[in-house]
Design a protein around this ligand. Structure first.
Ligand code: RFL
Length: 387
């Protein structure tokens, strides 16, 4: 078995397969130090934690992760909090930085006897419609190479080789939202004990804890804004303004450790199987980070694929592989639906034309329902923390 990519999808898949005695190699373009320090997600859904626990992959997050169950909306009509552990299915998130999870998964995979080829870039998957597909690679020493396997899992993200190797005619459902965020990692403790969502006429601002010393912030900006366009001071002033620091208390400031431009964009490939090539994680579908679903879907899909591959490779039962794409797509589309609902909730429009005014009034009504309707809050909680 060849797995492309050592992110959450590829590493969960690899860990489960190796644990079941299936020989597999992970080909990863980057170096180990890079994948173990790449800060991205942090909010793991209850189901994700259950999957990781089931396969002996949750020691680190159970030891060092922190339970999280409240979000706070700050709007033109005041602020309100939802404790989602008391709503919907009564579940909560575990906050654990994605890079820490990846480091745990790499260590466990190697302990279990798995092989990871860091610095090895997959270039193309050939012959996926045959029995033994091949992956063409550039090895760590720069030389070309080939890996053959009974199956290939494309867990190499949105720009990976798996997507590039799909046959013509693969459907790509795509939506570009024309909304841009600055994704910021601040060397500062969280400023509140909740995820903060500020809906402001100047744009969206978000606050999400990562560790006791590091906090993620998002700041909506004009599309095309370069990551370094704003000074640290301007960033903090703008966050203060949008999050209503004058009214609700100042934010804990600190050095901005990392900044990236996040274009809100979603896509889903269909189907997720092409012969012996299977897609999982961001390679299968890209989901904007507004509802923190990407890493959670990656883990869920990895478990489904691992089960199906184990049945195929150990007892020759291919029913799971045949149903893999349809099963995952059901989860993916539900997550996309909720993520787009969140995008509509969190972003206003700046124009004064009829369309913008209508959008902003709908958004306000949606927030009012969420503030006052228990059934709406239950619905929100179930989808917010679930995958
Ligand atoms: P990854 O993590 O991108 O891993 C793919 C791996 O493949 C490697 N690769 C290749 N290797 C070999 N050959 C090639 N040709 C290759 N091309 C790429 C890459 O180096 C990499 O190591 O994909 P995976 O495993 O599918 O996991 C998906 C998640 O990483 C992603 O969905 C989340 O980070 C999204 N996301 C969030 N998801 C959540 O569930 N909760 C969150 O709170 C959350 N916050 C976020 C996020 C994504 C963000 N960014 C990246 C926009 C916050 C941010 C800022």
């Amino acid at each position: 078995m060849v797995i492309l990519g050592a992110g959450p999808a590829g590493l969960v898949l690899g860990n489960i397969l190796v644990d079941r005695g299936i020989d597999c190699v992970v080909l990863e373009r980057s170096e180990r130090a890079h994948v173990q320090t790449r800060a991205r997600a942090g909010f793991l859904a209850a189901n994700t934690v259950r999957v990781l626990e089931r396969h002996g992959l949750a020691d680190g997050l159970l030891r060092n992760g922190r339970a999280h169950h409240t979000c706070e909306f700050r709007t033109e009509d005041g602020r309100f909090r939802l404790d989602y552990s008391g709503l919907g299915l009564g579940e909560r998130h575990t906050v654990y930085p994605q890079q820490a999870l990846v480091a745990d998964l790499v260590a466990r995979f190697l302990e279990r006897g798995g092989q990871i080829r860091f610095g090895t870039e997959a270039l193309a998957v050939r012959g996926a419609d045959g029995e033994w597909p091949e992956v063409e690679v550039r090895e760590a020493d720069g030389r070309p190479g080939r890996w053959r396997a009974r199956y290939v899992a494309g867990c190499d993200g949105r720009h990976g080789a798996a997507r590039r190797s799909l046959p013509p005619g693969t459907a790509r459902h795509h939506r570009d939202l024309d909304i841009t965020w600055l994704g910021l990692l601040a060397d500062a403790p969280p400023s509140m004990d909740a995820v903060g969502y500020a809906v402001h006429e100047r744009g969206f601002a978000g606050h999400m804890a990562r560790t006791s010393d590091v906090t993620r912030y998002y700041l909506q900006c004009e599309p095309g804004t370069p990551a370094d366009a704003w000074s640290d001071e301007r960033i903090w002033d703008e966050l203060d303004l949008r999050m209503g620091a004058a009214k609700y208390g100042p934010l804990h400031r600190g050095r901005i450790l990392q900044r990236s431009v996040v274009e809100l964009e979603s896509d889903v490939l269909e189907p997720l199987r092409h012969g012996a090539l299977f897609l999982a994680g961001d390679a299968a579908a890209l989901i904007s980070p507004s509802a923190a679903k990407g890493a959670n879907l990656a883990v869920l899909e990895a478990e489904l694929l691992a089960r199906a591959l184990t049945d195929a490779l150990t007892i020759g039962d291919t029913e799971g592989l045949d149903g893999y794409s349809a099963r995952c797509l059901t989860h993916i589309w539900r997550a996309q639906e909720f993520s787009h609902w969140m995008i509509g909730l969190l972003h206003g429009r700046s124009g004064t034309d009829g369309e913008s005014l209508f959008h902003n009034s709908l958004r306000r009504a949606r927030l009012a329902s969420l503030r006052t309707s228990r059934s709406q809050q239950d619905w929100f909680a179930e989808h917010y923390v679930g995958v």
